[in-house]
Design a protein around this ligand. Structure first.
Ligand SMILES: C[S@@+](CC[C@H](N)C(=O)[O-])C[C@H]1O[C@@H](n2cnc3c(N)ncnc32)[C@H](O)[C@@H]1O
Length: 327
């Protein structure tokens, strides 16, 4: 039986708990099959599923699960006149849907893969949406020429929150970012609001995304270089470690994880063995400070903490933890 075209997604998304009528209407308006090359019956793209949209052996892209896209729009507090930056636009489907929510605003997207940018802009033009534009580039650097943004929606697993996004987000703006946590092997989503120059918020849900390429990834692997430079540090004892590894990784920004987990200090490093850090060189003081900060939160897990984030002059993220009381 042919489904009513005017209800492409809304019935399904309502079932998944999406209540915002503007978002539901936007999903019904944008034909997802235009953004996804598929030989299957096109109604199959109107399921709440991730669909692979690009794979050339080097680069890979997917169209995210629609219910998750809708949640990102809710968390980003998209409004009719919002100016939005999307990082990792892929085929442009999410940007197109957001442009229908922000009809009097503008949606700018940044996508790494040139072929996808051309496809996205062509599709969007064919559909006649004139308030959405995708640019090719490394989304780590944001899009300074169109800042400030009311919302920055990141749809690719970022190793860290970029200082460029922080600077380009307007005061009171919202940022939604899946953070690539190697110790967790996934990308939980953090939702932040810029308040008095700080990013304040919490992790909302477990999510999985493609890992971000370019500068974000390069900076993560810089940690390995730092670790190599500390290789000659002498063994300096061990200490027990109760703090969860995902919290340690996010709050310290100093964890490098391959088959083993390392904490990298300025003058020493530690390697995890069971529930202990084996310390090399001068690293104990730094670990102590971190654990003390976590003890002060009441020893909460990743999703039970509230984070307050700023950046130092070199653009490194500084994270303060507190208890998340859900306010
Ligand atoms: C999950 S897909 C995006 C889904 C997209 N929002 C949609 O609706 O189709 C993630 C995208 O991020 C892109 N990407 C990876 N690293 C990037 C970077 N540094 N800057 C911008 N885009 C990047 C990938 O090429 C991929 O297309």
């Amino acid at each position: 039986m042919e489904r009513n075209r005017s209800e492409r997604f809304s019935r399904l998304l309502r079932y998944y708990g999406v209540e915002n009528e503007d978002i539901l209407a936007a999903f019904d308006e944008v034909p997802r099959e235009h953004f996804i090359a598929t030989k299957r019956n096109h109604w199959n793209v109107y399921l709440d599923e991730v669909v692979v949209t690009y794979n050339d052996g080097v680069n890979f892209s997917t169209s995210s699960q629609p219910s998750l896209m809708a949640m990102y729009m809710c968390w980003g507090e998209l409004k009719e006149d919002s100016v939005v930056l999307e990082i990792g636009s892929g085929t442009g489907y999410n940007a197109a849907v957001m442009s229908r929510v922000c009809r009097k605003g503008m949606v700018y997207g940044v996508e790494y893969v040139k072929e996808m940018v051309e496809f996205a802009n062509d599709t969007i033009r064919t559909l006649g949406y004139d308030n959405v534009l995708i640019t090719q580039g490394d989304g780590y650097f944001g899009l300074q020429e169109h800042a400030p943004f009311d919302a920055i929606i990141v749809t690719v697993g970022a190793y860290t929150i970029s200082p460029y996004w922080y600077r380009q987000l307007g005061e009171n703006g919202k940022m939604v970012v899946p953070i690539n946590l190697e110790t967790l092997r996934s990308n939980p989503t953090i939702v932040l609001r810029k308040t008095n120059g700080r990013l304040i918020g919490a992790f909302t849900s477990h999510t999985r995304f493609i890992k971000m390429k370019g500068e974000s990834e390069r900076k993560y692997f810089e940690k390995l270089e730092k670790l190599r430079s500390l290789e000659k540090c002498k063994y300096a004892g061990e200490r027990r470690w109760w703090m969860p590894l995902d919290v340690t990784e996010f709050a310290s920004q100093r964890v490098y994880c391959s088959t083993e987990v390392y904490y990298i200090g300025n003058n020493g490093y530690a390697r995890l063995k069971g529930d202990r850090w084996l310390m090399f060189g001068n690293v104990e003081e730094s670990l102590e400070k971190l654990e003390e900060a976590w003890n002060n939160t009441g020893r909460k897990g990743l999703f039970r903490l509230r984070y307050s984030i700023t950046f130092d002059e070199e653009g490194n993220m500084e994270v303060e933890m507190g208890e998340n009381r859900g306010t």
